[in-house]
Design a protein around this ligand. Structure first.
Ligand SMILES: Cc1ncc(COP(=O)(O)O)c(C=O)c1O
Length: 391
């Protein structure tokens, strides 16, 4: 008889979210970046319990859409604690944010400066610079950011139109595994900092997100080394800085979420691979698999209380699983949709897995819940708030 697990009574698929971990991660970042403002990137996981717990812990927020902003306002979060970090926004989005009291906007094009200025409110603007995204698993360069000389022109344009240019921002790309990226990015800001300071009241640097999280196959990463490097660079290249903002998303929310799924099918394919099909997949939110992300997997034996236990036990005998010479069972994990893109990754375990067993895909708290879809007509995973400690 299997040991009951604390998840046995949950239907799958189900997001398990732990707000204590989000707060812990936020506190860790606030300690690492003393005197800086940690503005949680809402888009990485906008679940209201994360937002309210982070707000109570003292976090600020960065948003990229009206609906995320509305979520924050509904929680009575002070608009002065919100940075609008998307460099391209619709007029409606800008108008809503200004009316709500948001006063700090990223931009990186003349049209964007004009759009922000056209409402006649002297909002603060900071310019997104194009920086090298080499070494990040989700590069963001090319689509956003300008060269330093253009950034200065945008500041002048903003000032002429009644806006307040306050500084710069960049993003080294999400899950950035190369420390030198921050180095190079801050040096790029430094190349235009003094000129900007002479012309405007510039004292603000927003170093964006990109802070990495441990995933299988990804080398250990030390956030302490990055913060030390960033502070050293800021001191060296950005004299007179008074406001340092960072916008971590993944590093706050990834370890605070897991996806509980059930094995719904198993089959051997002509190439000898054994596929395990689960009741979720790339389109349930695990899109980052397409960017080569992998997640730690825990196996939870099929719940003993299943209504179909007898039948499940019978079909569990139809199991093509076999061990390799090291006693390991290797599976290809397939998502539930008919789409062949919906293949997750291979993984090995010391015991065979069968239909009805459950898998916990860990560290899926960032860019999972926020990316889920109903592709193929499947229901969205449900959500349970609970402690993930010790899993
Ligand atoms: C403007 C901006 N800020 C912050 C983030 C959060 O980045 P991360 O989750 O890598 O920390 C993103 C992610 O794409 C972003 O585009």
């Amino acid at each position: 008889m299997n040991q009951p697990s604390k998840f046995d009574h949950f239907d799958t698929p189900c997001w398990l979210l732990d707000p204590d971990i989000v707060v812990e991660n936020y506190r860790y970042f606030s300690t690492l970046f003393e005197n800086a403002i940690v503005a949680y990137a809402v888009k990485s996981n906008p679940h209201p319990i994360f937002l309210s717990r982070l707000s109570k812990a003292g976090a600020h927020f960065c948003v990229v859409s009206t609906s995320h902003l509305q979520q924050l306002l509904a929680l009575n979060i002070n608009p002065q604690e919100i940075v609008y970090s998307h460099p391209i926004k619709s007029l409606n989005q800008i108008e809503f944010a200004l009316q709500a009291g948001v006063r700090c906007f990223a931009c990186d094009s003349p049209a964007e400066v004009d759009k922000i200025a056209c409402f006649g409110i002297p909002a603060e603007i900071f310019i997104r610079l194009d920086v090298d995204n080499t070494g990040s698993m989700v590069p963001l360069s090319g689509k956003f950011g300008v060269a330093p000389d253009i950034a200065l022109e945008l500041m002048h344009r903003g000032a002429q139109r009644g806006l307040k240019p306050i500084g710069f921002t960049f993003h080294v790309g999400s899950q950035c595994l190369r420390m030198k990226s921050w180095d190079g990015a801050i040096e790029t800001v430094g190349s235009v900092w003094e000129q900007a300071r002479k012309a405007f009241h510039v004292d603000f640097i927003d170093i964006g997100g990109g802070f990495a999280v441990p995933y299988p196959g990804i080398p250990a990463f030390h956030q302490e080394d990055i913060s030390a490097l960033i502070y050293r660079d800021i001191e060296c290249y950005l004299p007179g800085v008074r406001r340092i903002v960072l916008e971590p998303g993944r590093a706050i929310s990834a370890t605070a979420g897991a996806l509980l799924v059930s094995v719904i099918g198993i089959a051997e394919r002509p190439d000898g691979n054994i596929w395990l099909y689960i009741d979720a997949g790339i389109f349930s939110g695990l899109f980052e698999i397409l960017d080569n992300f992998r997640y730690p997997v825990s196996v939870i034996p099929a719940p003993e209380n299943s209504a179909r236990r007898a039948f499940l036990q019978a079909i569990r005998q139809q199991n093509p699983s076999r061990p390799d010479s090291n006693g390991q069972y290797t599976y290809v994990l397939g998502g539930q949709t008919c789409d062949s893109t919906d293949k997750l990754f291979d993984f090995s375990v010391p015991k065979p897995i069968a239909i009805g067993d459950r898998l916990l895909l860990k560290n899926t708290g960032a860019y999972g819940y926020s990316l889920e879809s109903r592709f193929n007509g499947y229901e969205l995973p449900s959500v349970e708030i609970l402690s993930l400690e010790g899993l």
